[in-house]
Write a new protein. Sequence first.
Length: 417
Amino acid sequence: MKIAVEGCMHGDLDNVYATLFHLQEVEKIKIDLLICCGDFQAVRNEKDLESLNVPHKYRSMNSFWKYYSGEKAAPFPTIFIGGNHEASNYLWELYYGGWAAPQIYFLGFAGIIKFGNVRIGGLSGIYKAHHYYSGHHEKLPYNEQDIRSIYHVREYDVHKLMQVQEPIDIFLSHDWPLGITDCGNLENLLREKPFFKQEIQEGTLGNPAAADLMAKLRPSYWFSAHLHCKFSALVQHGDDGPLTRFLALDKCLPGRKFLQVIEIESETGPYDLHYDEEWLAITRKFNPIFPRTRMRANFSDAKLDKDECRQFVKNKLQMRGSKPFEFVQTAPCHSPTQSVVKIFPSGHYRNPQTEAFLQLLGLQYYLDAAAQLEESSQSSGSFLSSAAGSSDYDTEDIPIEDVEDVDELEEIDNGET
């Protein structure tokens, strides 16, 4: 199986897909899957732009809306995670994962999916210590604080991933695992990005939760983005343990190293996307303690038996099948020819994919205010106070632009990868 891995998409699907077609033609290969490591920017309409945390000069529709509306079809199956520049209102609809557009699958805030027999996991967002132990307390419409904290990684999602026992082939995170720079060519990295030196010396460049996950899951491959450069590393787990091949890629701009194709052993195609049985069992076990306040989740309150959850999921998938629920549009789509100003409903869309997913697992919906009110009345003792204090890793998020970048996204030359 040949998989194309892309760094930060920033909504530029048209040019990434065009580059993949060019690669297929030049290299005489067939690409089976595209993976994106965050900052995907699944913006459907002007309302979504309001939840996109980017400087105003970068608040543009870009090209995702064409694939959401059906004007264009994704030419390659595409899987992505969230970063720190996302239409977070839309991704929240698909918290557990789902089709953001036909052929374009969001892994969720944390998730595992199978493509053929290749097992792909991911963690969306970036790490900020002062939000890590909080619950998912943000409410729509997002205020100036929520629009940023919504994409900060939470302990609850990491804890679920830490329960995974079965082998992972590929894992995705937007920011890099903390300490990964010790396992690659640090000299070359600092030559390209000298301003990383202080954070590396202080031990704050990267995501400590992602480092814990890498040590626990030991995937064959780990891909990241966020820092707008290419960096590779080889992580040896123990003296005789397995290897993890790490690769971070740049963002989609001319001359930048934003794309790489890997070949991974797999069954023969054609390939389809399928739910992962173990991950669904973990979701079933921990969803009853889903934290929707600033309070830390109390994991000891997850009373469902793990083995019983696994058998429940196995029975459900045997009856229904394991393919994800079909894509459904939930919001009006951008129309470049429409001169009349659209009026968008406020609040949260309940995505039918999410509702069907929770129904399949026999779980309650917790993603909006109505669900939270019901939850708080039923489980007043389910949370502990957050143990998080002020952040010792509170540098500004990596912006869309960096010191080397032009001010506007340019056309991608088909010859650049």
